[in-house]
Design a protein around this ligand. Structure first.
Ligand SMILES: NC(=O)c1ccc[n+]([C@@H]2O[C@H](COP(=O)([O-])OP(=O)(O)OC[C@H]3O[C@@H](n4cnc5c(N)ncnc54)[C@H](OP(=O)(O)O)[C@@H]3O)[C@@H](O)[C@H]2O)c1
Length: 274
């Protein structure tokens, strides 16, 4: 399967070929943007934080001589995926690789979750991701070339008490990506579900989750990016970045579903309301 965006030296019509990264303003999304910039890939950066995206875009243009478009959007708004697609179309941007990285969570018991936060989590983690995948995958299928990295989570493999809605949205991402991996493979498009464990970003403070309480190691971002690119190159369906992630997934076969879920809650150590 042709995945030309993974090689810096190929001769795709590089001027029109872009990698679109959502959640590019910080954390894992920013690291994806930096990695593709180093490979000489043009970028479309999407998130809400305009100043952060502009600064990143300027830096990457200057350092790597690539073209970078900044598209400031709130993915919790139902029309935002359509606007992002129109933004790209109006600039003759061909999205060859879509990285759906934007994601939000809210730590705590489900009965304490504010309704507005519930909507935001569902819209960003599931609706926008599915909608963007559909919009851009249609063009990739026509070109018989392209890829999608959907950032899920180890927390999507089983339920996580204290992170119930978040883990449910990540299960959705994994299930959708698995189906699309099979459906789109024969049409020339690679789809990967990236399932990291705990990664050192601002994610925990943004979601009110005390990172100091976690009962599993917190890894650096670089290994996630490397594993994702390797997984895409090998056209893997799911990518678990560390040996510990793989061990945790495998060990679920040895215990009951209830035990796996209780253990996930223990490792995540979310402060519960009683
Ligand atoms: N860190 C971890 O331990 C971990 C583990 C497994 C999976 N993940 C997943 O990895 C992805 C990236 O997380 P991260 O750790 O890099 O977290 P992060 O540092 O909090 O970054 C989240 C990104 O999502 C963007 N975003 C949030 N709400 C948005 C909205 N309404 N519209 C547009 N963009 C929005 C943010 O940008 P703005 O605020 O500028 O909009 C930011 O760029 C998420 O999908 C997360 O679920 C993280």
């Amino acid at each position: 399967m042709p995945l030309p965006f993974l090689s810096p030296s190929d001769s795709v019509e590089a001027s029109r070929s872009y990698v679109l990264v959502t959640g590019a303003s910080m954390g894992i999304g920013e690291a994806f943007a930096r990695a593709f910039a180093r490979m000489g890939r043009n970028l479309v950066l999407v998130a809400r934080s305009a100043a952060l995206l502009q600064a990143l875009g300027e830096e990457l243009r200057r350092k790597h001589g690539i073209d970078v478009h900044v598209c400031v959007e709130d993915l919790s708004e139902p029309e935002s995926p359509g606007r992002i697609y129109a933004f790209c179309a109006s600039r003759q941007v061909e999205v060859e690789l879509l990285v759906n990285c934007a994601g939000v969570s809210c730590a705590g018991d489900f009965d304490h979750l504010p309704l507005q936060r519930l909507h935001e989590i569902v819209m960003v983690n599931m609706v926008a991701l599915a909608n963007l995948t559909r919009l851009f995958a249609c063009d990739m299928v026509q070109r018989k070339r392209g890829g999608v990295i959907n950032v899920a989570s180890l927390g999507g493999i089983q339920a996580v008490p204290g992170l119930g809605l978040y883990s449910a949205t990540k299960s959705f991402v994994i299930t959708l990506s698995e189906a699309l991996h099979i459906e789109l493979k024969e049409k020339g498009v690679a789809v990967v579900a990236l399932c990291p464990g705990f990664i050192d970003t601002g994610f925990f403070s943004h979601s009110g989750h005390n990172a100091a309480a976690l009962r599993l190691p917190v890894y650096g971002i670089d290994l996630v990016i490397k594993a994702a690119l390797r997984g895409l190159k090998q056209n893997r369906m799911r990518v678990f970045p560390t040996a510990l992630d793989k061990l945790l997934v495998f060990s679920q076969r040895m215990v009951t579903r209830q035990t796996a879920i209780r253990l996930a809650g223990f490792f995540a150590a979310v402060k519960r309301s009683h």
